[in-house]
Design a protein around this ligand. Structure first.
Ligand SMILES: [Zn+2]
Length: 106
């Protein structure tokens, strides 16, 4: 999918989507995008706490409570929980929450 951005009026960029419509965005923006799903556990990011935690640790609040705060320096150095540990945690979380959504559910 070739979407080459070109300069547009009022300090914006424009590109044409392969489907035919145009997309316009600010050329410079301080807004950082946040994923819909936590990059660590794949649970949906749904609260203001998830948003705040993502800014600091690039994960959801649940992951921060489960993994980050145990050893923040280890987390900052790049350590992440194993797939086995995550699978166990996800199973427990699903049983705790009445409503939950994961990337694999869609
Ligand atoms: Zn998470």
């Amino acid at each position: 999918m070739d979407m080459t951005w070109k300069p547009y009026v009022h300090d914006r960029l424009i590109t044409q989507h392969p489907s035919g419509f145009y997309v316009i965005k600010p050329a410079h923006s301080n807004v950082t995008s946040q994923p819909i799903f936590c990059p660590v556990c794949d649970n949906i990011m749904r609260t203001i706490y998830d948003e705040e935690t993502y800014k600091n640790f690039q994960c959801c609040d649940e992951c921060a409570n489960s993994w980050v705060y145990r050893d923040i320096e280890r987390w900052k150095s790049g350590w992440r929980p194993s797939k086995e540990a995550l699978a166990t945690k996800v199973k427990d979380t699903k049983e705790d929450l009445a409503i939950s959504m994961r990337k694999e559910d869609i």
